[in-house]
Design a protein around this ligand. Structure first.
Ligand code: ADP
Ligand code: MG
Ligand code: MG
Length: 921
């Protein structure tokens, strides 16, 4: 007989698991997060009830064949024997019974998504024995009814109601309100009806054979990996279906043995704010999920200190050690059986964005982790969430007075949510997805089946449960603003309304949920972006991010020379945007679009006059009028960016954008003709004719960008003069200017050859006139594939490249963005024809490849060629990573995304630390 594979590891065998799996990561994959945590705690001498883990490999075999793999069951029985020895109890022995739990646990925690069955090993005989042995028949029968119930609901997928109904009926018959009123006799009677219910729905008797119970439970846990809830959750969190779950068989310890027993959950730091203070809840005389479900209101963990000081102190001691060991905030489960503490789980706790950032920074300051580790722990999504809108302070104060304030609950997950309320997950999801509404899911409490509705919603409100309830944990993980336990809110699921006092809010009406304060308001409250200056931990973290990206040896150039990582610049058209960009940490302006300046009301008539001019002289007169205001625009920008480079793009859009709408004008002319209004008619007719003459059938590919500059050079000549005059004036005022003139839409080097020397001449003239010198550059956008392909030649003129990846993506794919996003792109992504929307995430294989080529070719011509990106991709973490890899000097994005980009730049730097810039695929 060949020896079968090892499918089972005792908690004591963690070293063997490590040897087999090769790393701790591997152990987590093999034994799951829960199993590896239990084994690791056992190794550290923490009190963990004896037990063992069936590996994820066994689960994956089971999924393939529908059967336990060869040897697993024998090993499981043998392991159980070991546990019997360790506990001195026997599985199925009425005189001294061993009871176990059968718990799911995958590599990544999926709270509540899979099955766990408690109290396995009880049957009609054992329950009597347990009752005698403990002298506590009430406890024994309560445990037994829990087993029958859990077996029905989890192993055989019966509805919770199947058992809730008879229980409610029984209690009503006795006139009881609370479970605690139930006596031993009552539980015993209920077991009888539970077993009947079981048989009726399942088709056979509740299994009395304890080994059969264990076998069915193990299978059920394996199967729950492929349950709908679990699959949905994995989809939402990007966890692979291939990992499988482990099964943990753990000796039962009982929190329901009286008032010297209890059970609880806790976080070693506040998962909502990050504050360094234990946050948890416990229930006396309770078992298992009673706390997590938030069904009974639990006591804060501090109270345990006075109730059971010894167990409490031991608990605080152990959890402090666990945090040090894992170097991260822990989320733990414990049970106290007759005064003795048992740890049942530890894992890195889920947390809000705010908490993630605070904990990372605090742990660096406490010397627990390095700055690099802190940076890697915070995601760009965390930063994004933190900078999301919050409710307007003034409006909040108003609301307290004007009666729109409704109720306060527990602030479970921060952020501002405004939406229409729905009372079940399916409806909330449907209205969000199909109805395209902003929805808020409102429930008494949530269960794992509700997750899809929560994810689809802007916010979640529950009337029951605390900070560790299901709703709170899930909302924090997904960054959904959430208020739980708003007890003043009375929800009527039948009538589909919620009431607070005499205020009634119907399904579909708007409310506002403030997850930061726990307050709930009627109607839509205005929101505003938070100020970054107040986020001190974030600012600290971003400074570290900048340090990492600035390490002089983080990248290696193709020449072998070492180089720093990415800088983050911003796109800003106005001085106020530039100031914001600086406050957010941008160290340059990568794109200032000048055409906005032409649209301002006082200027537009002059611009139109300039465009319609019939002679060059006429045009110059109009442009001379525009010059002072353009100069002023640039002056403000240079001043705001004192010391940093500012890239100004010369006029780009087609001229018709500055003209009145042709159709509207035509209507006006016709109306005037009909009404025989002659005054001004001639001028309008002339204007109409000019606009008609300018008509292009595809203006985005027509007379614009550098083509327009060549066709009508006076405009850009004026712009360059304005830029250099402003730069000179600023220099005289002591401001350090670094203007960079960007020529848009170049397709061939000959365009630059034609236009650039004229512009350079103007720059020279101005600096000579003003007797001043400062450094400046002339460069181009790379947004036409031909430019990318001929980058070597283009770099003979251009001193810098800036990838305009919006246009470059449009032209490389041959898609018009608006049409693509409106029509077929969604389907393309759904069908897997494209992995992602290429306008959001840079297409590395196509567009990205073109960028890579142009950088390499461009730098062959001009080794110090400065390269950036100014399309929307400049603020997208995945695209930023690519820019790091191919050797961009900077990325430029909207000021609001600068913090995200700074973190993304550091992430890329760490991920590819010291690597050579990729010259080709
Ligand atoms: P989940 O992943 O859904 O939290 P768990 O496997 O952790 O599921 O178990 C559910 C609940 O049952 C938890 O509160 C846990 O502490 C409790 N529990 C599990 N095993 C035991 C045991 N052997 N003794 C006492 N309580 C247990
Ligand atoms: Mg569970
Ligand atoms: Mg658990």
């Amino acid at each position: 007989m060949t020896e079968s594979k090892k499918w089972i590891y005792m908690f004591e065998e963690v070293s063997a698991a490590e040897e087999y799996a090769g790393s701790w990561e591997g152990v987590r994959g093999l034994l799951g997060g829960k199993g590896s945590g239990l084994a690791d705690m056992t190794r550290a001498g923490v009190p963990v009830p004896p037990g063992f883990t069936v590996t994820t490999e066994a689960c994956n075999e089971f999924r393939k064949t529908g059967k336990f793999p060869e040897g697993q069951w024998d090993q499981e029985l043998a392991a159980l024997k070991v546990v019997e020895e360790q506990t001195g109890k026997e599985f199925g022995d009425a005189k001294n019974p061993l009871l176990v739990s059968c718990r799911s646990g995958a590599k990544f925690s999926m709270p509540g998504m899979m099955n766990t069955i408690l109290n396995i090993g009880l049957n009609d005989e054992v329950v009597e024995g347990l009752s005698k042995l403990t002298g506590n028949p009430r406890f024994a029968w309560d445990s037994y009814r829990r087993l029958v119930e859990m077996f029905g609901t989890t192993v055989f997928n019966l509805d919770d109601e199947t058992f809730e109904h008879p229980m409610a009926e029984y209690k009503a018959g006795k006139g009881y309100k609370l479970d605690t009123e139930m006596t031993a006799e009552d539980w015993k009677a209920l077991v009888v009806s539970f077993k009947e219910v079981f048989k009726k729905h399942v088709g056979f008797d509740f299994p009395q054979d304890v080994n059969k119970q264990l076998e069915l439970a193990t299978k059920a846990v394996f199967e729950s990996w492929m349950g709908k809830k679990a699959i949905d959750y994995r989809k939402a969190t990007n966890i692979s279906d291939d990992l499988g779950t482990a099964v943990n068989i753990v000796t039962m310890v009982f929190g329901n043995m009286g008032d010297d027993s209890g059970t609880g959950v806790a976080f070693t730091r506040n998962p909502s704010t990050g504050e360094k203070k234990m946050m948890g809840e416990y229930l006396l005389n309770a078992q298992g999920e009673d706390v997590v479900a938030g069904i009974r209101n639990a006591d804060p963990i501090e109270h345990l200190g006075t109730r059971m000081p010894e167990a409490y102190n031991q608990f605080m001691d152990i959890t402090a050690k666990l945090e040090k060991h894992y170097k991260d905030m822990q989320d733990v489960e414990f049970t106290i059986e007759r005064g003795k503490l048992w740890m049942l789980q530890t894992r890195n706790g889920k947390r809000t964005a705010k908490s993630a950032i605070k904990i990372a920074v605090d742990m660096v300051n406490e010397g627990m982790i390095s700055k690099d580790e802190a940076i890697l722990r915070v995601t760009t999504d965390n930063v994004d969430t933190l900078l999301h809108p919050q409710f307007d302070e003034k409006a909040l104060k108003e609301a307290e007075k004007n009666g729109t304030y409704l109720a306060k609950g527990v602030n479970a997950s921060p952020g501002a949510a405004v939406g229409q309320i729905y009372f079940d997950a399916d409806k909330a999801e449907k209205m969000a997805k199909e109805g395209k509404q902003d929805t808020i899911m409102v429930r008494p409490f949530t269960k794992p089946d509700d997750v899809h509705g929560m994810i689809a919603s802007r916010g979640v409100l529950t009337s029951e449960g605390g900070a560790t309830s299901h709703a709170a944990v899930v909302a924090r993980q997904f960054g959904i603003p959430c208020v739980v336990g708003a007890t003043a809110v009375k929800i009527d699921l039948e009538k589909r309304v919620m009431k607070v006092g005499d205020k009634v809010i119907q399904e579909g009406e708007w409310i506002s949920v403030d997850g930061t304060t726990g307050r709930v308001y009627a109607g839509k409250m205005p929101t505003s972006a938070p100020s970054i200056e107040e986020q001190t931990e974030l600012l600290t973290l971003l400074t570290w991010a900048d340090e990492i990206a600035a390490r002089p040896d983080i990248r290696v150039l193709p020449t072998g020379e070492k180089s720093r990582g990415l800088m983050v610049w911003a796109n800003a058209d106005y001085p106020k945007d530039a100031r914001r960009a600086r406050a957010y940490g941008a160290v340059g302006i990568g794109l200032c679009r000048t055409e906005h300046m032409f649209f301002e009301t006082e200027r537009l008539p002059i611009v139109q006059r300039m465009i319609l001019a019939e002679t060059v002289e006429e045009r110059k007169i109009a442009l001379d009028e525009l010059l002072p205001s353009q100069r002023k625009d640039f002056d403000g920008l240079f001043e705001a960016m004192n010391g940093y480079p500012v890239i100004i793009r010369l006029i780009d859009p087609p001229l018709h954008e500055f003209m009145p709408d042709e159709e509207k004008l035509f209507e006006e002319v016709v109306t005037m003709r009909v009404l025989k209004q002659t005054e001004g008619l001639g001028a309008k007719e002339k204007l109409l004719n000019s606009i008609k003459a300018m008509h292009e059938s595809n203006p985005m590919m027509g007379l614009r960008g550098v083509r327009l500059s060549i066709y009508m050079p006076q405009i850009v000549e004026m712009q360059v003069r304005a830029i250099f005059e402003a730069a000179a004036d600023c220099t005289l005022r002591g401001i350090v200017v670094k203007p960079e003139i960007m020529i848009p839409l170049t397709g061939t080097v000959n365009e630059l050859k034609w236009i650039q020397p004229r512009l350079v001449r103007i720059a020279k003239t101005v600096t000579e006139e003003k007797k001043i010198s400062f450094s400046y550059k002339f460069g181009t956008m790379i947004e036409i594939p031909r430019a990318a392909v001929t980058a070597a030649e283009i770099a003979e003129y251009a001193e810098f490249f800036s990838f305009g990846t919006n246009d470059l993506t449009q032209m490389t794919f041959g898609y018009s963005r608006d049409d693509a996003e409106r029509n077929f792109l969604v389907q393309y992504v759904a069908e897997g024809i494209l992995p992602k929307n290429p306008f959001q995430t840079l297409d590395r294989e196509g567009v990205g490849r073109l960028m890579q080529m142009s950088i390499n070719d461009g730098r062959k011509t001009r080794p110090d060629l400065e390269v950036g990106i100014c399309g929307e991709h400049g603020g997208d973490p995945d695209s930023i990573e690519w820019c790091h890899m191919i050797g961009n000097n900077y990325v430029s994005c909207s000021p609001f995304r600068v913090p995200i980009a700074r973190l993304a730049a550091a992430h890329s730097a760490l991920k590819y630390s010291g690597r050579k810039i990729a010259e080709d695929k």
